[in-house]
Design a protein around this ligand. Structure first.
Ligand code: AHR
Length: 359
């Protein structure tokens, strides 16, 4: 979901990487084929960083009200528990609920969209005071609407839904997430540096229809247009999991033996891809450069080891912002319909130092 939809007139101020050429310097390696990256401005661009705070985002004024301020019963529909990122997000929600002494009911959809829809229907029937949802894909918008129709304020966590169906500020109070388009752009800059602006890229996409999969692709594609030497040779769904990432990478490395880089939409798929690269006797970080998104513990270790060139952070620690937003809403304070996290970048310069506090 393009975040500009939230503020169509004022717009989300997303930094253009083409305007950010400056410090940084490019690296040379076998995967670059040794060609000059002069035609690719991304090789010398600084990390574009987070997008600027979205301007002109409306506040939620038509969503069901939350008038209770104590003893709240909260529900959370988690979409899966199949990777460290999801486990960290759930733990963060539990920790915050415990800190505030609030009851939190959690369902796990096991990465199955129809299960998530039925989980949410079940939670609606329990009439929680507030409902947090981490959507699998943008297509669960109708059940989000159902919750609002039942008078339950909904807060979306980490992924968005189709806003043509579920109206921000009416069918849900707010969506809290990273700027996935910007993550794609940041990843593209790292990929350009890793490959000197010359790369035949295998893209491992996240779950089809999930907003991070849609937007991480979009941001990356947009950025590499500036570099004629960088092309995506094949792109396939790896479902955000290590096992699927590995099996898809194995197949694609065979069908595209000339590939020199892999862009994975999350660390788990990147780690699967690294295993696949090693299995065919190639060296990640030398023969094939890998860049991804998240910043999980194993991802940071892989960066420190030189297997993964860089990972753009996408923080899963939503508990504090989720509960603060809900508390503000209950207190009648204005709550924006879109709240964007700030994330950092992990490279060989800082990965090892961040392993201990990673999830
Ligand atoms: O929605 C955020 C993404 O979902 C994370 O990048 C990924 O690891 C998770 O499954």
């Amino acid at each position: 979901m393009d975040l500009r939809k939230f503020a169509p007139f004022a717009g989300v101020a997303v930094l253009s990487v083409s305007l950010l050429a400056g410090c940084g310097g490019s690296s040379n390696n076998a995967a670059s084929g040794g060609s000059s990256g002069a035609a690719c401005p991304l090789t010398s661009a600084a990390d574009p960083g987070n997008s600027q705070a979205p301007a002109g985002v409306p506040t939620a004024d038509k969503a069901p009200k939350l008038t209770k301020t104590s003893g709240l019963k909260i529900a959370f529909s988690q979409n899966a528990s199949n990777n460290p990122w999801r486990l960290a997000e759930t733990a963060s929600m539990k920790d915050e609920a415990a800190k505030q002494g609030l009851q939190l009911t959690i369902t796990d959809a096991n990465n199955d969209q129809s299960k998530q829809v039925s989980d949410i229907k079940g939670l609606i029937a329990q009439k929680p005071d507030a409902l947090f949802i981490a959507p699998i894909t943008e297509q669960i918008a109708n059940v989000v609407k159902d919750a609002a129709t039942a008078g339950i304020p909904v807060f979306l966590l980490d992924r968005a839904v189709d806003t043509n169906i579920a109206v921000p500020g009416k069918d849900f109070v707010s969506v809290m997430q990273s700027d996935f388009i910007q993550e794609g752009k940041r990843a593209a800059v790292q990929m350009a540096k890793a490959t000197n602006g010359n790369a035949k890229i295998i893209e491992l996409e996240g779950t089809t229809g999930a907003s991070p999969a849609i937007d991480r692709k979009k941001g990356f594609d947009e950025a590499i247009k500036q570099c004629s030497g960088m092309q995506i040779v094949v792109s396939q769904d790896g479902d955000f999991t290590r096992a699927k990432g590995q099996s898809v990478a194995e197949t694609l490395l065979q069908s595209h033996p000339d590939a020199t880089a892999i862009y994975a939409h999350n660390d788990e798929m990147a780690l699967g891809a690294i295993a696949a690269i090693k299995a065919i006797g190639k060296v990640p970080g030398k023969d094939i450069q890998v860049v991804s998104v998240d910043g999980e513990k194993d991802g940071l270790k892989a960066v420190a080891a030189g297997d993964l060139y860089a990972t753009v952070e996408c923080s899963p620690r939503f508990g504090p912002i989720a509960f603060q937003t809900m508390t503000d809403y209950a207190a009648g304070k204005p709550v924006k319909t879109l709240i964007i996290n700030s994330d950092q970048l992990f490279t060989k310069d800082n990965a090892a130092d961040n392993v201990a506090k990673a999830y």
